[in-house]
Design a protein around this ligand. Structure first.
Ligand SMILES: [Zn+2]
Length: 443
């Protein structure tokens, strides 16, 4: 099946996404698309960069068809912050009867998604870059009082993606999209681990939507900075399918593992580099390298030799983890939220020993399957570089020491079980973290 067929199939199954139009020159059809799914006036919401990319064309197309529009445009510099506060300000800017239309990429789509959901309204998205996978996903990753969380929402009812607009986006943005998609490689490994340990079963619908085409979507990174339309179309189709897979599964599990947990830490800390807020996809690219380096190290270990009873006896209890969380995040709301997430997956005593026995048993089968599915870190580094995405932490302004601390505490942010938890359960997280810092040896 081709990419567009897979999307049509996924849209037919989607509870919320009614139509996805991806193609060259499709912006001209914006009014007909709007009229098929909405009525009444539209409020076009963008930042100045997104507006410049497609705003006037969308406005003209809708107006020509007799659809009233109003533009709500916010500054693009400094780059808008993905927060619930920004989403609430857009919600408050909407007038009764208006349908929100996000014209933009990651942050604008996420905040409009949250604003629309808060009002119980469907929304339309006109995508301006292949920079992340959130157009068709049911969650909005936003910070609320300093804690970044994927907030359940509804995806865009209608997605319009004109490949001429998307190919004209700054190449670095397409590199971010490539980085976000690359994260699905270690995220797949994390799900395989959770499945093999009986923690979270693989879903036969969502898994192939992401993992089925992944190798192909990631296969020609060098064509992306060159603006090759076929490569950018493949990347956009992949990101769209991933979004639909998250909606189909009901959580971001198909698309997000340790790589995203590490990235979320930096996003929560409002990481800046070179005077700019570092994008989600750039953080994920570096998080992906850290996760794959840990996998490379893990796959040299023989976990059939672990001693489940000894490990369970010496494992930290929840109180010890609470102390580690407070030491890592400082007192306050972030620590409190992290403690709740950690408590949801905390296992100790006989239950932990049983899980480790199961790990010891399944390892001879799981390890080769992980090896076959995952990419060695050096291969991913080459691909990310060719796509114009960052590889090493220093490229996004993260020092080796900060990277090291991030790897050690990222697992506390989410209740989702990943390679970080497996390593921690085996008492190997410190060693794996030291091995995953990249060129230059230990921190
Ligand atoms: Zn992502």
């Amino acid at each position: 099946m081709t990419g567009p067929d897979l999307i049509a199939q996924a849209v037919a199954r989607s509870a919320n996404v009614a139509e996805v139009v991806i193609g060259r020159g499709v912006l001209a059809g914006a009014a007909a698309l709007y009229a098929r799914h909405f009525h009444g006036p539209a409020c076009l919401m963008a930042d100045t960069r997104g507006w410049a990319a497609a705003g006037p064309q969308v406005e003209a197309a809708l107006n020509a068809a007799g659809i009233a529009t109003r533009a709500h445009v916010i500054p693009a510099t400094p780059r808008p912050k993905p927060t619930v506060d920004l989403a609430n300000s857009l919600r408050d800017a909407l007038r009764p009867g208006e349908t929100p239309v996000a014209v933009g990429s990651g942050v604008m789509n996420d905040v409009v998604k949250h604003a629309a959901f808060g009002l119980g309204l469907p929304y339309m998205c006109v995508a301006t870059a292949a920079s992340m996978d959130g157009y068709t996903s049911a969650g909005a990753p936003l910070s609320e009082r300093g804690f970044k969380k994927t907030i359940p929402c509804r995806p865009a009812r209608v997605l319009l993606a004109d490949l001429d607009v998307i190919a004209a986006a700054p190449p670095e943005m397409t590199g971010w999209g490539y980085g976000d998609l690359a994260g699905k490689v270690p995220a797949g490994g994390d799900w395989m681990i959770a499945d093999a340990l009986g923690i979270e079963a693989i879903d036969d619908v969502a898994w192939p939507m992401v993992q089925g085409g992944l190798e192909g979507w990631l296969s020609h990174p060098e064509r992306i900075p060159a603006g090759d339309p076929a490569a950018i179309e493949g990347l956009f189709l992949g990101l769209t399918l991933v979004g639909l897979a998250m909606e189909a599964h009901g959580s971001s599990r198909p698309a997000s593992g340790a790589d995203h947990q590490i990235a979320h830490l930096w996003e929560m800390n409002d990481l800046h580099h070179g005077g700019q807020r570092v994008s989600h996809g750039a953080c994920v690219a570096v998080g992906t390298m850290a996760a794959l380096r840990m996998y490379d190290w893990l796959l040299t270990q023989d976990l059939t030799r672990i001693d489940p009873d000894r490990l369970a006896a010496s494992a930290p209890d929840l109180a010890a983890k609470a102390r580690e969380i407070e030491a890592g995040f400082g007192p306050g709301e972030v620590s409190e939220r992290a403690f709740i997430e950690t408590g949801a997956k905390h296992t100790e005593g006989a239950a932990l020993a049983a899980r480790l026995r199961r790990l010891r048993e399944v390892w001879p089968d799981l390890a080769p399957r992980l090896r076959a599915r995952l990419w060695p870190a050096p291969r991913m580094a080459e691909h990310l570089r060719a796509a114009g995405a960052p590889v090493e932490a220093a490229e996004i302004g993260v020092s080796r020491d900060y990277l090291h601390r991030s790897i050690l505490k990222a697992r506390f942010l989410r209740s989702r079980y990943t390679v970080l938890d497996l390593l921690d359960d085996c008492g190997l997280l410190e060693q794996a973290a030291a091995a995953s810092l990249g060129p230059g040896g230990q921190a």
